[in-house]
Write a protein that binds this ligand. Structure first.
Ligand code: SER
Length: 319
């Protein structure tokens, strides 16, 4: 069994805030060190186990935590998402690439395993759009995509050259109700539920007919835990496994919401930057390699996710 003393970088983010709690439940509160940069951590994150501020672009801050807590596994979730990365490409390169490089260097020195999320952002306009294969053209035209492709290659390199146990998945858009995503192209699929409950109407920044691969948070968390527990010798695509759970366009999610909130109204006001990013990404992806190599299987489809999101959010928003 994999030894576990885990550092989570980006623990205050959309995925980190939920993954950290799931890891603590599984491996023990004191064995999971949550870290964040500037965002104030939520009460639960802060009270259940250790929390430290770090800056991934400063290697000493990562090394300090790894040494102090004798960390053996790093979940490196700290990154800028696609829309923010287009607005701040230099910062995105610095955080997404130099941050990852620092994490890998610390992992090499202290023999840590590393989970790094990649993304559907690695694909570009020349990639086949439907059921996009595991092995395909990776020529993204966004800074986010450039950093994610580079990250996959860098992680592969650290495994081959230095035997660092690097692993990762290409997450699609992630839908969740605990922490809002920060500046991604798939964020509409989260916002729509909040607005449906609060105002019964949503103005979508992507055009109708824009299909994208998506996943509910509990499946995303499961993927991150399962791949790190998988038998290393069985993994061929260590750092770049396609994973998906569903594929839908804005009108599909609106129609599903209408089954629960009949007077829900969807309007469109397209943001050209995020539309262009979405147009460069696949409609759906093929995740058979993940299914074969480490038993990946998602639980939630659009119907089940919508039901759960509306229930959980109504509780949260007290509506
Ligand atoms: N959800 C991310 C984004 O939209 C993609 O990985 O930026």
């Amino acid at each position: 069994m994999f030894r576990k003393r885990i550092l989570v970088a980006g623990a205050c983010g959309q995925i980190g805030s939920e993954l950290t709690l799931a890891l603590r439940e599984r491996y023990g509160n004191d064995n999971v060190i949550a870290t964040g940069h500037k965002t104030k951590p939520g009460e639960e994150l802060l009270n259940l186990g250790p929390f430290q501020f770090i800056d991934c672009t400063d290697i000493n801050t990562i090394e300090g935590v790894v040494k102090k807590y004798e960390v053996d596994t790093i979940y490196h979730l700290a990154a800028l998402l696609s829309a923010v990365a287009e607005a701040k490409p230099q910062l995105a390169w610095n955080v997404n690439i130099n941050g990852l490089y620092n994490v890998l260097e610390v992992a090499r020195k202290y023999k840590c395993a590393v989970f790094t999320p990649s993304s559907i952002g690695v694909f570009g306009p020349t990639t086949p759009k439907d059921n996009t294969p595991q092995e395909t053209i990776l020529r993204p035209n966004t800074m986010y995509g450039v950093t994610k492709v580079s990250g996959e290659l860098l992680c592969d390199y650290y495994y081959k050259k230095f035997a660092v146990d690097t692993r990762g998945v290409r997450w699609p858009g992630i839908v969740s109700y605990v922490t809002l995503p920060g500046g991604g192209t798939t964020d509409y699929a989260v916002e729509i539920y909040y607005e449906a409950i609060k105002h019964r109407r949503y103005t979508c920044f992507l055009r109708a007919g824009t299909y994208l691969p998506m996943m509910y948070m509990s499946d995303a968390v499961k993927a991150a835990i399962d791949i790190m527990e998988a038998d290393s010798s069985k993994l061929k695509y260590r750092n770049a496994f396609n994973v998906t759970a569903m594929s839908f366009a804005p009108e599909d999610i609106a129609n599903e919401i209408k089954k629960h909130i009949p007077d829900f109204v969807m309007e469109y006001d397209v943001d050209p930057v995020r539309q262009a990013i979405a147009d460069s990404w696949p409609n759906s992806i093929d995740d058979s390699a993940a299914r074969e190599e480490w038993g990946w299987k998602p639980e939630y489809d659009l119907v089940a996710m919508t039901k759960d999101m509306l229930e959980k959010l109504s509780d949260k928003l007290k509506i």
